[in-house]
Design a protein around this ligand. Structure first.
Ligand code: NDP
Ligand code: OXD
Length: 319
């Protein structure tokens, strides 16, 4: 340990080389913290902080004094799924308004793509066909959009879509006051009510036991016929066979999928070739290094002060 470090932070991931990903500046993000990589061979007792993304199952067994684990993204489901994460350890997410803005533009791109039939124009171009849709054009106010999840990111997406003139509905776990132009829904009845009025469904929920598999046959059947799914939450929210059936039957006109149960999407997966599915590689938006650094710094300071770190998630709720 260097002379001034009073705390060790371990980097833990089975899918990323976190030291390279975070870059050399990250080591300076918090004063007096020594960064080590897992598995740390030195004294494990000094490790009080971890930065993790898809940690291996036994990752946290070695560190008896670990107080907090920081995610490098908005989602923490991959950390909560780790069996060696003790219940007393705080899990911290990143909150990054720039990420929410990026997500918003990504979702808007797909909403307008569906509204303005971009896929049809692309297909026409491939055939060198000149055909205007003319009176077939849809107005934003005639295309209701529902956002599942009205949190840090969902709120930004909902607000921007409402500004563009789309009728926007938002679903959350708890009832809350809504900004002008957005109708709020909550709970199971709220979901039923929202779906009955939905053409475009945007999933921005965290993955929890309650939300796993929520994008299923019953959900799609409640939506307007010819609806559109924008799936940017987590792959495990979606029952994949139910989506393909809804597309085959015409209940859904198309889907934009950014997240998948298995990532990278396996080579022979039917989503790759399905004509009305757009696949992107979990790239809807990203958190900035500044936001990760700020989260890390604030967490180290809180641990030193014996406070709960900001943006600690509720372990009971799972987000
Ligand atoms: P937040 O934790 O800020 O918000 C979560 C929202 O979901 C809240 O409104 C919450 O309700 C609601 N919610 C949670 N459980 C339920 C439930 N059972 N029923 C109804 N509503 C529920 O999350 P963020 O907005 O920051 O991010 C959402 C998710 O987006 C992330 O967890 C991640 O999975 C995904 N994501 C994907 C990215 C990508 O690149 N594709 C990038 C970033 C995030 P309430 O307000 O009542 O608590
Ligand atoms: C995520 C992120 O949670 O990229 O997916 O932040």
């Amino acid at each position: 340990m260097n002379a001034i470090a009073d705390m060790r932070c371990v980097l833990v991931s089975k899918s990323l080389d976190l030291r390279r990903y975070l870059g050399p500046q990250f080591a300076h993000a918090a004063d007096q913290v020594e960064i080590v990589s897992h598995p740390h061979e030195g004294s494990a007792a000094d490790v009080r902080l971890a930065v993790a993304w898809h940690p291996p199952d036994d990752a946290f067994e070695r560190y008896p004094n670990l107080k907090a684990v920081c995610s490098i993204g908005a989602g923490v489901d991959n950390i909560l799924a780790c069996p060696s994460l003790r219940p007393d350890i705080d899990v911290i997410r990143v909150v990054d308004p720039a990420q929410a803005q990026m997500m918003s533009s990504f979702v808007i791109w797909h909403v307008i793509g569906h509204q303005r039939c971009f896929a049809t124009y692309q297909a026409q171009q491939r055939e060198q066909r000149w055909r205007r849709l003319g009176l077939g054009q849809r107005r934003a106010q005639d295309m209701p959009v529902a956002i599942l999840g009205f949190g840090e990111i969902g709120r930004r997406v909902a607000t921007d879509l409402a500004f563009l003139g789309f009728p926007v509905m938002a679903w959350s776990r708890t009832a809350k006051p809504m900004p002008q132009g957005i109708s709020g829904f909550d709970g199971a009845d709220g979901l039923d009510a929202i779906l009955g009025q939905t053409e475009v469904l945007v999933n921005l929920l965290p993955l929890t036991p309650e939300t796993r598999g929520i994008l299923n046959r019953r959900t799609f059947a409640r939506m307007f016929r010819g609806g559109y799914l924008i799936q940017v939450g987590r792959g495990e929210h979606l029952v994949e066979a139910d989506l393909l059936a809804a597309l085959d039957s015409g209940q859904l006109a198309g889907a934009a999928l950014d997240v998948f149960a298995t990532e990278p999407l396996p080579p022979h997966h039917p989503f790759w070739q399905y004509p009305r599915i757009v696949v992107t590689p979990h790239d809807a938006c990203e958190v900035s290094m500044e936001a990760i650094g700020a989260t890390f710094r604030a967490t180290a300071e809180a641990i030193r002060a014996g406070r709960r770190p900001p943006h600690s998630i509720d372990r009971e709720r799972g987000y």
